[in-house]
Design a protein around this ligand. Structure first.
Ligand code: ZN
Ligand code: ZN
Length: 444
């Protein structure tokens, strides 16, 4: 009990809003977030739960007054989780906190075991001679650090995305990575990996940061290390997934619409609150609020995409299927912490529009960034296809990778006040862009 209290106190110091006693009443964003996480739960791509989420989304969007609420199914290659277990065998016996990565190879039920070869970086693994890992288990470390803009995820995330295939090509029988995350809890972070055609999928897992620290320390000692791995999940073809989209029709339907995206699926260790029920909650509540003074000029379409987590399948399917013109795209898929920066991909002719948006956000403490906005996975294929203008509302990512893809991605980690700040910022932007009569064009 005492330990529990200590843990609660520690959590409260990092997340002072944890253990929210009561839901904010009548708040559209909170209701979507709480509903998806509590009534549907985790929503793995291609799962029965993801199908229930589409049914839930259809009913909720209709109840909120959206028009043209549509579900578009598509099949995916999915990953069905099995048993995830790993233990150090030598130099000390120790049960590790492990999760399989999406598309991991499958071990026999009794598991595999082998000598561990430690690589401090992905580059160190790349430099290992061909054949040097035959019969062995590769461990890949890395040094991701927390950052407000979450910029470590791109480069260090390559350990997860590309590391297992590289280890396989060098003969490894399995691979374990340090979780792509910034916390120091014994929570492993899952996420997808990829094995190109012709590369044998090998069992691939991520261990928690404290477990990775232990493995690194043993590796430095020079003692031989062995571990066992049981990952019985399976890659499975032709699982049903789908997108749900819905419209708030504008006063002039002949004008290209505004497309705002999030993803409906989630990993299965937690309930997918920050990734990405919060995103769907934010964009949907803001789209409605942007109509409060009356209908906007342009239609706003919300896209709740399916199967983002295993390869952005929903965004690709949406772009492949849709030819109607859009003017601008935005996405929310980086948690629920406060928006701190706005970025644009606008043509020079639209600089006054960008200035108006930046001026509207400035009193909220949101600064204007200098980088080019790029949207997010669920809208990027349409941005590419139609060459769309983009506005990014960047959320504070300082704590995002403490929770991302872990059992801790749960509703209590969302601060209702920060969620409301997101909705307010999105509402400001949507009000302006959805009422812009002139063409909105992207940066060249
Ligand atoms: Zn996401
Ligand atoms: Zn994710």
């Amino acid at each position: 009990m005492r330990n529990k209290l200590c843990a609660a106190a520690l959590l409260a110091s990092v997340f002072p809003f944890a253990a929210q006693a009561q839901d904010p009443v009548g708040d559209v964003a909170w209701d979507i977030l709480a509903g998806l996480t509590s009534e549907v739960g985790p929503r793995m791509p291609g799962s029965e739960a993801e199908a229930r989420a589409r049914t839930w989304a259809d009913a909720r969007l209709k109840a909120l007054g959206f028009s043209n609420v549509t579900t578009e199914p598509f099949p995916i290659r999915g990953y069905v989780r099995g048993r995830d277990e790993a233990s150090l065998i030598a130099p000390i016996p120790y049960k590790l906190a492990v999760t399989a990565l999406g598309y991991s190879g499958t071990t026999p039920d009794k598991g595999i075991d082998g000598e561990v070869v430690y690589f401090s970086t992905l580059d160190a693994l790349k430099a290992a001679p061909t054949g040097s890992l035959v019969g062995k288990i590769a461990f890949i470390d890395h040094a991701m650090k927390r950052a407000q803009d979450g910029s470590g995820y791109g480069p260090y995330g390559q350990v997860r995305r590309a590391g297992p295939a590289i280890a396989s090509a060098k003969g490894a029988i399995g691979v374990v990575i340090r979780s792509i995350g910034t916390d120091s809890h014994r929570n492993p972070h899952t996420g997808g990996t990829t094995f190109a055609d012709g590369v044998k999928p090998i069992p691939a897992g991520a261990v928690s940061n404290p477990d990775a620290d232990l493995i690194a320390r043993i590796a430095r000692s020079g003692k031989p290390m062995r571990l066992s791995l049981v990952l019985t999940g399976k890659t499975t073809d032709n699982l049903p997934s789908g997108n749900v989209f819905a419209d708030l029709p504008g006063r002039d339907p002949s004008l290209p619409a505004i497309l705002v995206g999030c993803h409906l699926d989630s990993w299965d260790l937690g309930t997918g609150a920050i990734d990405d029920a919060a995103g769907c909650a934010i964009i949907t509540a803001a789209a409605l609020k942007a109509q409060e003074g009356g209908k906007a000029l342009r239609t706003i379409r919300v896209l709740w995409a399916g199967s983002e987590e295993l390869g952005g399948f929903g965004g690709k399917a949406f772009a492949a299927k849709h030819a109607e013109p859009y003017a601008l795209a935005m996405e929310s898929d980086f948690g629920a912490a406060k928006v701190w920066r706005v970025g644009f991909s606008f043509a020079d002719a639209n600089k006054p529009l960008a200035d108006r948006i930046a001026a509207a956000l400035s009193p909220m403490g949101i600064v204007r960034g200098s980088g080019k906005a790029n949207g997010g996975t669920d809208v990027e294929p349409m941005i590419e296809k139609q060459k769309l203008a983009v506005v990014d509302l960047d959320q504070d990512g300082t704590h995002y990778f403490d929770l991302h893809h872990t059992p801790d991605d749960t509703l209590d980690k969302v601060d209702p006040a920060e969620l409301a700040q997101n909705v307010a910022a999105w509402t400001q932007v949507l009000k302006i862009v959805a009422n812009e009569a002139a063409p909105i064009l992207p940066a060249p």
